[in-house]
Design a protein around this ligand. Structure first.
Ligand code: NCD
Length: 319
């Protein structure tokens, strides 16, 4: 069933044709995306109904790296707005015949694509597309650099559960060094007035990250009592060269969220994880499925955030 089709207004300060990272957005622009996601939540009854706002728009998902949540979520979000979608996967494409990344994207764009969602293992790959394509480009994760829609859905989940962002203390725990989710969260949370602590083994927390305006902690138990929200980042074994800690068991012992740690934290501690989660590593199953966890709410919010981003960029491209 299609819900009401009244057009949400585009904020006067929305100037972007692309969504490449939260570093490029102001606090007010980030808030506009969160507000629009909330509006879509109401108007679609938690994403269940369709809005006929982007019929005629074609969204291409160009994923050069694995994805479960992000790709599916962009797909459903586009369709919930009435857009058409096309999926591209690097394996099985003409990339194996020597076609370049940009030529592949230009070829897909020439079929009448308005928006391109791009995930690539190379930092800056979506920025390169933004320079070459007329279509709007959304970064769905570029290497270790940024993953803006993931941070937006994390921040939306915090705002829903805890009522605000300003004045909260959020700990990003785990593999900070390789995490695009961490970088985007840091930009977004600091702009909205939260305090951010990054916490993990010294080998996975580069000291230079302090320049972004965060505090560094190597002992989770020391900082936990002052934290309102923990975001448990996956150890990105696929991006690591060499061993960064002695064993997974030791990592889980020092940085894994478990029942004992929950008991020592604030009662309403919010537990987030971008997923994919490794049960028993970043968190125990009882925490993942317990009352402090909002992991599946994050996934639902991802749909709303991606609807908001697609809508803003599609309307910008129209003007
Ligand atoms: C993250 C990613 O791909 O950067 N996952 C996601 O998009 N939900 C984090 C991860 O892979 O650990």
């Amino acid at each position: 069933m299609t819900a009401t089709t009244a057009e949400p207004a585009i904020p006067a300060d929305w100037t972007h044709r692309h969504l490449l990272g939260l570093e490029d957005l102001t606090a007010s622009q980030i808030t506009s995306i969160l507000d629009l996601a909330d509006e879509f939540n109401q108007r679609t009854e938690q994403g269940r109904r369709k809005l006929d706002l982007l019929s005629g728009t074609v969204v291409a998902n160009l994923f050069f790296e694995n994805s479960t949540r992000t790709k599916t979520s962009f797909n459903i979000a586009a369709r919930r707005l009435g857009a058409d979608t096309v999926d591209f996967s690097a394996s099985g494409s003409s990339l194996s015949k020597g076609e370049t990344f940009v030529d592949t994207a230009l070829t897909i764009e020439a079929m009448g694509v308005d928006l391109v969602v791009c995930r690539h293992r190379t930092p800056g790959a979506p920025h390169l597309l933004a320079r070459h394509l007329a279509a709007g480009v959304l970064n769905a994760g570029d290497g270790t650099h940024e993953h803006p829609t993931q941070a937006l859905l994390d921040i939306l989940t915090i705002r829903q559960r805890l009522g605000r962002i300003e004045g909260l203390t959020v700990a990003l725990v785990g593999d900070i060094r390789h995490s695009r989710v961490a970088r985007s969260n840091i930009h977004g949370l600091l702009k909205l007035g939260a305090k951010v602590i990054v916490c993990g083994p010294a080998t996975l927390v580069p000291k230079t990250i302090r320049q972004m305006g965060v505090d560094i902690a190597y002992d989770l138990d020391e900082v936990l009592p002052q934290v309102d929200c923990v975001n448990l980042l996956r150890v990105q074994f696929e991006r690591q060269r060499g061993a960064f800690f002695p064993s997974i068991a030791e990592y889980a012992h020092l940085f894994g969220m478990n029942k004992q740690r929950i008991a020592r934290a604030k009662g309403d501690l919010l537990v987030l994880a971008p997923g994919p989660i490794n049960r028993g590593v970043e968190l125990t199953p009882d925490v993942a499925d317990g009352p402090n966890s909002a992991i599946l709410t994050q996934v639902s919010n991802g749909l709303l955030i991606r609807m908001a981003c697609l809508y803003l960029l599609a309307r910008k491209a129209d003007n």
